[in-house]
Design a protein around this ligand. Structure first.
Ligand SMILES: Cc1cc2nc3c(=O)[nH]c(=O)nc-3n(C[C@H](O)[C@H](O)[C@H](O)COP(=O)(O)OP(=O)(O)OC[C@H]3O[C@@H](n4cnc5c(N)ncnc54)[C@H](O)[C@@H]3O)c2cc1C
Length: 438
């Protein structure tokens, strides 16, 4: 491998990197895909579901592809505002989502990423696993100018390439080395832990009210990461459940929380306990999500280099994998154009940046640009709203001996006594944006 030259080298075989490699190989570019894990996905984690519509931009009707490791098609999507022993449940169940072209599928990354990288290999990309890229190498283009011209691997081997695509995920060490992104501060990332719990398919279908192969996704706010701002969640796989909990790193550390204890506490909640009863833990993992938001999007291109996916902080609400794939696709197209022109400068590669800036997710991120700041300032916002909604619902559903008018007055009084109504409205709005509902 040492000192080989390719049209492009991609660092990281997650959804962003494998998409870029696949699309470039399809375009007859020579591509090296570098992955530090023993196999793609061995170090990766998500909730999670993958959105169908964006994925189809890369692999149309992907669900028909032989051997694709999809778990379940999501027909039920819920958000639970969870209090100590109750929940306000907001959600939608749509049988239409159970039919092609579907809405979302659950996946397990240790199966999915391996399969997906293999699609890039089948298209002609060369995959190198257990291979850590430790630095960028440069080529002088003038007395004062240089371009990125490849990567150096642990051990000293160099892979040269006209274009380097950094798809290295949230930590983004090389993106930082290239001077394109700053190190994330603890208040600019969330830390999540996850357990995969085995449970027979029939039990899953019974407990979540599903038919065969149908799936459910439940996001939970309030109680799970209490007293930090974050989320918990449960996703149904074919014969296992994914259970996840976490929150902002600065709050987890600052409040002396231990992620493992958070997970155990979450699993012990009466409404969660019921769902996971008898399930056997088979995998445990942890991961961060970059949460700098719109204001922290790094420089996306420079001479000879493009940044995609989590490394580029492309996270919007609950969506990340599909945005990783789309940015991987855009990067592949920009690289193909550069190779056709045999010009690899920022001026040519910036077509990638323009497409990202014109995308729906960039607009969404822009709209929610103050959410992270808000939740770092008002760290109790999730709990206040969750608590208020649960108290409100309790009173609403309670069959007492008072008039409807008095009951409504008491409910409103309670809400107003908690905090000014304007602040509650802001909490709800920011919450909806943060939870990925708006
Ligand atoms: C708890 C949690 C829940 C989530 N839920 C969802 C969800 O339900 N839906 C959704 O769409 N998104 C979800 N996301 C976000 C989603 O997982 C990410 O946005 C997505 O994985 C980003 O893909 P990526 O390819 O950019 O990076 P990654 O998936 O992180 O892949 C990066 C790859 O690069 C490799 N790598 C890193 N550095 C190097 C190096 N120097 N040399 C070689 N290889 C390297 C890594 O091993 C890895 O394979 C969730 C994330 C978390 C943590």
């Amino acid at each position: 491998m040492g000192n080989d030259r390719y049209n492009a080298v991609v660092v990281g075989a997650g959804p962003a990197g494998s998409t870029a490699a696949l699309m470039m190989a399809r375009n007859n570019l020579s591509v090296a895909l570098i992955e530090r894990g023993k196999y793609p996905g061995s170090k990766n984690m998500t909730g999670g579901t993958i959105a169908s519509m964006p994925f189809q931009q890369i692999l149309p009707e992907y669900w028909n592809i032989q051997g694709i490791p999809l778990e379940r098609r999501i027909v039920s999507d819920e958000l639970w505002l969870l209090d100590n022993d109750s929940a306000v449940r907001i959600g939608f169940t749509g049988k239409k989502f159970g039919m092609a072209p579907y809405n979302k599928h659950t996946i397990l990354r240790y199966k999915f990423d391996r399969w997906y990288a293999d699609q890039a290999v089948k298209a002609g990309a060369k995959l190198f696993t257990s291979c850590l890229a430790v630095d960028l190498v440069y080529h002088k283009t003038g007395p004062l100018s240089k371009k990125v011209d490849g990567v150096m691997l642990e051990g000293g081997d160099v892979i040269h390439a006209d274009v380097v695509i950094l798809a290295e995920g949230a930590q983004a060490a090389l993106t930082q080395k290239a001077g394109l992104r700053k190190r994330l501060k603890p208040n600019e990332m969330t830390l999540y832990v996850k357990e995969v719990l085995e449970l027979p398919a029939e039990k899953i279908e019974d407990r979540f009210n599903l038919e065969k192969d149908e799936g459910a996704s439940i996001g939970m706010v309030g109680y799970p990461p209490s007293p930090a701002i974050g989320k918990g969640g449960i996703w149904t796989n074919r014969d296992s459940l994914s259970i996840v909990v976490g929150g902002y790193l600065n709050q987890i550390v600052g409040k002396g929380l231990n992620p493992l204890q958070l997970l155990e506490r979450f699993k012990g909640h009466p409404l969660v306990k019921r769902l996971i009863q008898g399930a056997k833990p088979v995998k445990y993992m942890g991961h961060i999500i970059p949460k700098g938001g719109f204001k922290k999007i790094p420089t996306l291109v420079d001479d000879g280099i493009i940044v995609v996916g989590d490394a580029a902080e492309m996270i919007s609400g609950r969506r990340g994998m599909d945005l990783a794939m789309i940015t991987g696709k855009y990067a592949a197209e920009a690289a193909a154009q550069a190779c056709a022109l045999d010009r690899y400068g920022r001026d040519i590669l910036s077509s990638y940046e323009e497409r990202v800036k014109g995308s729906f997710f960039y607009q969404n991120m822009k709209k929610g640009k103050n959410v992270e700041v808000y939740f770092n300032k008002f760290q109790d916002a999730d709990f206040l709203i969750t608590k208020a909604m649960n108290d409100f619902a309790y009173k609403y559903f309670e069959q007492n001996l008072d008039t409807d008018k008095n009951n409504l007055r008491k409910m409103l009084e309670e809400l107003i006594n908690m905090q000014p109504l304007g602040k509650s409205a802001k909490d709800v709005l920011s919450g909806l944006q943060n939870w990925g509902v708006l």
